[in-house]
Design a protein around this ligand. Sequence first.
Ligand code: HEM
Length: 410
Amino acid sequence: MTLYDLVAPAIEARSEPRYRIAGIRAADPLGADAILAAVPAMNRDADVPALTVALRTLVPDPDRTASLGVVDALAAVRDLGLLLGSLKRHGVEPLAAVPDALPVLEELGRRTDMVPRDTVHHYTTWNPLGDRQRMYTGDKMEGHLQNAVRMVFPALVAALDTCSELAGLAPYDPRFAAALDRTAQHVQAMVDSIDFTVAQVTPDFFARGLRPYFEEVDVAGHDYLGPAAAQVPLWLVDLTLWQSDRSSPEYDAFLDESVRYSLPSWRAFQAAHRGSTSAVSKLSAAISWESTPRLPPGLAASAVSLARVLRILKTFRARHIGMARKAYSDDLRLYDEGSGGAPIALLRTVLDLTRDNETLVRQANVGAHAPRTTPGAAAAGPVPVPVPVPVPTVSASAAGPALREKRFTA
Ligand code: HEM
C-alpha cells in the first residue's frame, strides 16, 4: 500500500471487481511470482529463449482459464502481459512464438470484458507492490512511473461519479459548482502525478529504457497497444466538461481508439455521454440568457468552479507536454508516436482545446460582471442586448466557431 492509497477516495468497497485493487494485486493465479521476478534479468540479457519458455510455462490450460473469476483473470492478463511486452521489445511477435497463448488471451479478454492483452491498469494499479512487483527493467525509475499512474486511478474513478452527477445538473443549481469542486480535488491528482514523474523519471530513461516495452502486439490479426499512460481515463472528465460537444476530430479519433482499453463501466459512461451537452456549453448558454449586469450567484459560482477545474486540467497538460516533448525529441526518440498511438501534436491539440475552454469560461464570467457601457460605447449608442442562445442540440464543432464565440461574448 502506498501513502496515496491511504488518502485516495475509497473505491474498494464497491461491487465492481475491477476496483478490488488489493485482491487483484494479491492474486497469483498462474503461480508466476518466481518466473516474473527473473524477467528484468532476461530483458537485460535480451534472452529471448528464456522469455519464450517463461510465457509458454505460464499459459494456463483451457479448463484452468475457464475457471478464473474476474479478479484472477485480470491478474493472469497482467502476468502474461509482462512477457508479451518483453518479447516484443526484443523484436519477437509473442503470439507467433507461443501460439497457445492466443486462445487464452481471447478467453481472458471475454472473461474480464476488456481487450485481450494487458493495459496500463494491469501494469500499474493491479500490479503488486514490493518484492512481487512485475517490472520490465527493475529500474527504480520504472517503479516511479508505475507509481505515478497508480496515484491517479482512485481519484479518476471518484471523478467519474462527480462528473456523472454534473451531467444531470443545470448550471443554476448550487450542486453544479459543488460537483465541479469535488471533481477539481480529484483531478489535482493528475498534476501531482506529473510533477512526481518529472522529478523522478528522466526523459532519457523513458525514451530509451522503457518506451520499447510498450509496443503493440498482434492478437489474431489486430494490433493492440501496450500499457500506455495515455490510457489513464482523463478523457472521462473531459467528456463531461467540454469534449462531448466542443472537441476536435483529432482528439475524437484518439479517444475512439483509446476507449477500448478502458473498463466496461467507463466505456458505458462514454457511450451514454458522447454527443451530449457539455458543462461548458450548458454554462455558456445560461450566461448568454442573462440580461442583468450581474450573474445570479449560483451561476457565477458555477463559472468560477468550472474555470478552476479546467485550469487544473490545463496545468497537468502543460507540464505533461513538457515531459513528452523531451522524451520524443529528435535526440532521444526511438519512435515517432507515443505508446498510446498518437504523436506529440495530439497533446498540443488537447492542451489548446483545454486552454480555449478555460479562457472562454473565465471571460464569460468576467464579461458578465463588467459594466455594460463604456465612455466610447456610450457615445456610439446603446450596447446591444445579448441575444439568448438556447442550449445547443448540435455539437459546437458542427455549429462552427461563430456560434461558439457568440455564446461567450454575449
Ligand atoms: C515519461 C513520462 C511520459 C511521457 C513521455 C508521456 C508521453 C505521452 C505521449 C507522447 C502521449 C500522446 C499519446 C500517446 O501516448 O501516444 C501521452 C498521452 C497522455 N498521457 Fe502521457 N506521458 C508520460 C507520463 C504520463 C503520466 C505519468 C500520466 C498520468 C498519470 C500521463 C497521462 C497521459 C494522458 C491522460 C494522455 C492522453 C492525452 C491527454 O489527456 O492530454 N502521461 N503521453
